[in-house]
Ligand binder design. Structure first.
Ligand SMILES: *Cc1c(COP(=O)(O)O)cnc(C)c1O
Length: 302
């Protein structure tokens, strides 16, 4: 439980029977396998923050998330691994219990619930007055690990990507992971971010800001496969997740990776990629979120 096993994050070619099309190398980098809880991109976005918090002698870390947040539970478990106390500010005061929050508590995270209105102000300087005094000196990690340390840490994922790939695809939430990898990947590799929310292409601006290099333009976002919005999961998506698992024995998560791979299927079927392309899809983890649809999936949630 206490180690991150990066050796398991290997790119493997997917079964191609499920999509048709002419591209023969569509692979997946399984970041979901590095740790059962601190999985996927979350570990990379947290690690440098946690190092810093420990090195600089902070009493603990304070971060943010919703009641089903992959980031919150990963932060709770990773802080514990680093011997740090943790506190979480949770969006909304109506759900004070969920499997995710229960797990956060089991790693010793202290939770503070705030209304959505208050939560929306979390990046403002005077948000501090909503934070209980006992956490005032904690090291602050923004939601989704979206800071300099998070971007740099995510850049480490680039070294797990073999050089043969012409296209690298990853789901996008804040875009921190996307930006970190884009900065470190060879310029001629095209990066495509799949945003699982309506009109998600607006994230382009913040990602541009995170990348902080105007010459680096070989990337774009797609938001066509949001399935009604963030966290929405109609029967078509569930069916696809079961099909994908049947073909590849790879579990996808309901919020991010399932929507990316559904989009990938559409792109492949429409002949979007040249047949010489080598396409890598990054599995960013998040499987704990499947607990909310456990009965509908043909593979057990973690
Ligand atoms: C958090 C998360 C993302 C989004 O990562 P960002 O760096 O915020 O863009 C993608 N996939 C999964 C499974 C996640 O949990």
């Amino acid at each position: 439980m206490d180690i991150i096993d990066e050796a398991r994050a290997v790119a493997r070619t997917l079964q191609t029977g499920w999509y048709g099309g002419t591209v023969t190398d569509v692979s997946m980098l399984r970041l979901d396998l590095i740790h059962p809880v601190i999985s996927g991109n979350k570990w990379y976005k947290l690690k440098q923050n946690l190092w810093r918090a420990r090195e600089e002698g902070y009493p603990g870390i304070l971060t943010f998330g919703g009641p089903y947040s992959n980031h919150l539970v990963a932060a709770a478990a990773a802080a514990k691994m680093f011997g740090l106390t943790s506190a979480g500010i949770v969006r909304g005061s109506e759900f004070t219990d969920s499997p995710t929050l229960r797990e956060c508590r089991s790693y010793g995270m202290q939770l503070v619930f705030v209304t959505r209105d208050v939560y929306r102000e979390k990046d403002n300087a005077d948000f501090i007055r909503h934070i209980p005094d006992r956490f005032a000196r904690f090291y602050l990690i923004p939601e989704g690990g979206a800071n300099k340390e998070g971007i740099e840490g995510a850049g480490e994922i680039a070294r797990l990507i073999p050089a043969r790939f012409t296209h690298v695809c990853i789901p996008v939430g804040t875009g921190t992971g996307f930006a970190g990898i884009r900065k470190k990947l060879a310029e001629d590799v095209t990066m495509i971010g799949f945003v699982p929310m309506k009109n998600g292409v607006y994230l382009q601006n913040s990602i541009q800001h995170y990348i902080d290099d105007e010459k680096l333009t070989n990337w774009y976002l797609r938001d066509d496969w949001h399935f009604g919005g963030f966290g929405k999961h109609p029967a078509t998506l569930i069916r696809f997740m079961n099909e994908f698992f049947f073909a590849n024995k790879v579990p996808l998560d309901i919020v991010y990776t399932a929507k990316m791979m559904f989009g990938m299927k559409s792109l492949l079927q429409s002949g979007f990629f040249p047949s010489s392309a080598h396409v890598l899809c990054i599995h960013t983890g998040g499987l704990q979120g499947n607990r909310s649809v456990a009965g509908q999936l043909e593979y057990p949630p973690p």
